[in-house]
Design a binder for this molecule. Structure first.
Ligand code: NAD
Length: 463
C-alpha cells in the first residue's frame, strides 16, 4: 500500500521505517529541514537501537522517501498517518500540530480518490471524530465517509521502538465507518497480534488508560518506597519482591514462574518521566474535568510523582547535611536507559532540586551529552566521562538506570570521590558487591539500614 506519514519524530520515523520494511511504499513528511537532511543521509536524529540499520535498508531499496512535500505525498497515497506531537499546554493537551496537519491534509483530499486519514498521535477522546474530522472536512469540502477516518494509537516504547512496532501486543483501530477500518487493518495484514477494531473514542481512550495504569503502578511503588524510607526495618525491594510473588502477578506456567514485564513498573525509582506518561496523565485528567468527572487517583499519581525528586534529595541531605556548595555528581540524565530523551526526565528534576539547595552539580549520561545540543543551556556541568563526574565529588546520585553504571569500577569511584557516598535512585547496586569504602544509600530503605551514618561520612571524609 502507498502511505504518507506526517511527522518524523520517534513515532512517525519508526512507523515509516517499519511499514516500509514490511514492503509498503512510504512517504515520510517532516517540516524541519535539518531533520529531513539527517534522515535522508541514513541517520536517526535521536538514539533508538536498531532503527538506523533499518532506515538505511528502506532508503536504499526505495520503500521510504523523506520529504517536506505533503501535498504530492498525499496525492500518491491510499492512507495518511498523523504522527505529530501532542504536548501539554498548561496541563491540557495541545492539539495545534494535529489541527495544522489535518488542515493541510484536508486540502489535498479529492472526491474521486478514496483516502483514509489515520490519527496515530495520542489524542484525548472525541478529538478524531471532533476537531480532526471537522478540520479535514473544512479543508477538503468533503464529508467524512467520502474520505476514511481512523484512530490507531501507538504503544511503542523508546529504546525498544523497532521491536515494539514490529511485534506489538495488539493493534487498536478506531474507525469512523467500516470502510475506513478495513483499509487501516489491511496495512497490518502481516502482523500476527490481535487487531481490535472499535470506535474512534475507544481507540483514543485505550492509549490513555494504558499509560495511566503504568503511571499509577510507578507512583504506588514510590509511595511504598517513601514509607520504607521512614520506617526502620523495611526495604522496598523486599516488599516488592514479596508482592511480585503473588501468582496473580507472576503466574506459574508448566511449573515455572513467569515474570511479566509489567512487574518492572512495580519497582521504586525516581518517578516517571519521558514524553508520554506525565503529559498523558495530565491530559486525561484535564479531559475528564472538561466532562465534569473528577480523577482523584490520577491527581494523587501526579502528586506522588512531583514529590519524588524532592524526597530523593532529602535523603541525600539527611546523610550529607547541608548541600550548599557541596559537589554532587549525577549519573544519568535521560528519563530512562537506552534513550537520549530528556523530556520530563526525573534526573533533571533531581538536579533542579539539588541546585535549589545550592549544591554544585555535575552530570554524565552515556548518550545524552553528545546527542542533545539543548544541554548547552544548562546551569550544571556536563562531563564527557563517568570518571570526570565523580572525581572529588561529595556525593553521587544514580538518576537513570543505565546498565553500564552497574559495571563501573566502584573501587576507583571510592578512591576518587571526596566522600564516597552513593545515593542509588534506581536500586542498581547491591552493598554486597561494593568495596568497603563505599557508603551506599539506597532509595526505599530507612537510614538505619543503609550502610552508613553521619559518623561514617565524617570518618570517610577525613581519610
Ligand atoms: P516528536 O515531537 O518527537 O515528533 C513529532 C514530529 O512531527 C517532529 O519532528 C515535528 O517537526 C513533526 N511535525 C509536526 N507538525 C508537522 C507538520 N505539520 N508537518 C510535518 N511534520 C510535522 O513526537 P513523538 O514522540 O514522535 O510523538 C508523536 C505522537 O505519538 C504524540 O502524540 C505522542 O504522545 C505519541 N506517542 C509517542 C511515543 C513515544 O515514545 N515518543 C509513544 C507512543 C505514542
Amino acid at each position: 500500500m502507498h502511505i504518507t506519514i506526517v511527522g518524523a519524530g520517534y513515532v512517525g520515523l519508526t512507523t515509516g521505517v517499519c511499514l516500509a520494511a514490511k514492503g509498503h511504499a512510504v512517504w515520510l513528511v517532516e517540516q524541519m529541514p535539518d531533520r529531513i537532511a539527517t534522515i535522508k543521509d541514513g541517520k536517526v536524529p535521536f538514539y533508538e537501537p536498531g532503527l538506523e540499520d533499518l532506515l538505511k535498508q528502506v532508503l536504499q531499496n526505495g520503500n521510504l522517501v523523506v520529504t517536506s512535500d505533503l501535498a504530492s505525498s498525499v496525492e500518491r497515497s491510499d492512507a495518511t498517518f498523523i504522527a505529530v506531537g501532542t504536548p501539554n499546554l498548561n496541563d491540557n493537551i495541545d492539539l495545534s500540530q494535529v489541527i495544522q496537519a489535518a488542515l493541510t491534509i484536508g486540502k489535498c483530499l479529492r472526491k474521486n480518490k478514496y483516502h483514509v486519514v489515520v490519527v496515530k498521535s495520542t489524542v484525548v477522546p472525541g478529538t478524531t471524530d471532533g476537531v480532526v474530522r471537522e478540520t479535514l472536512e473544512e479543508g477538503s469540502g468533503l464529508t467524512a465517509g467520502d474520505f476514511g477516518l481512523c484512530m490507531n494509537p501507538e504503544f511503542l516504547r523508546e529504546g525498544t521502538a523497532v521491536e515494539d512496532f514490529m511485534d506489538p501486543d495488539r493493534i487498536i483501530i478506531g474507525q469512523w465507518d467500516e470502510q475506513s477500518g478495513k483499509v487501516a487493518s489491511s496495512l497490518y495484514e502481516q502482523f500476527s497480534c490481535p487487531i481490535i477494531t472499535t470506535t474512534l473514542r475507544n481507540a483514543e481512550l485505550v492509549k490513555y488508560s494504558s499509560n495511566a495504569l503504568l503511571s499509577v503502578l510507578i507512583s504506588f511503588s514510590n509511595e511504598i518506597a517513601s514509607i520504607c524510607e521512614n520506617l526502620p526495618g523495611t526495604d522496598v525491594e523486599t516488599i516488592m519482591n514479596g508482592l511480585h510473588l503473588d501468582r496473580r502477578l507472576s503466574p506459574i506456567v508448566n511449573q515455572k514462574r513467569v515474570s511479566p514485564q509489567i512487574l518492572s513498573y512495580l519497582r521504586a525509582g525516581c518517578g516517571f518521566g519521558g514524553s508520554c506518561l506525565p503529559k498523558d496523565v495530565n491530559a486525561l485528567r484535564a479531559f475528564a474535568r472538561s466532562i465534569d468527572v473528577s480523577t482523584p487517583l490520577l491527581d494523587a499519581t501526579i502528586k506522588v510523582n512531583i514529590n519524588r525528586g524532592g524526597q530523593i534529595v532529602d535523603l541525600l541531605e539527611k546523610s550529607l547535611g547541608s548541600l550548599a556548595d557541596r559537589t554532587v555528581a549525577v549519573l544519568g540524565l535521560a528519563f530512562k536507559p537506552d534513550t537520549d530523551d530528556l523530556r520530563e526526565s526525573p534526573a533533571l528534576k533531581i538536579i533542579a532540586q539539588l541546585e535549589a539547595k545550592h549544591a554544585k552539580v555535575r552530570a554524565y549520561d552515556p548518550m545524552v551529552q553528545e546527542r542533545v545540543p539543548a544541554l548547552a543551556k544548562t546551569t550544571f556541568n556536563i562531563c564527557k566521562t563517568a570518571d570526570e563526574v565523580y572525581a572529588n565529588a561529595d556525593a553521587l546520585v544514580i538518576a537513570t538506570g543505565w546498565k553500564e553504571f552497574k559495571e563501573l569500577d566502584w573501587q576507583e569511584v571510592a578512591n576518587k570521590m571526596r566522600t564516597p557516598l552513593i545515593l542509588d535512585g534506581r536500586r542498581l547496586l547491591s552493598s554486597k558487591n561494593m568495596p568497603a569504602k563505599i557508603i551506599l544509600q539506597s532509595i526505599g530503605v530507612a537510614n538505619d539500614q543503609n550502610t552508613h551514618s553521619k559518623a561514617d561520612l565524617q570518618e570517610s571524609a577525613r581519610k
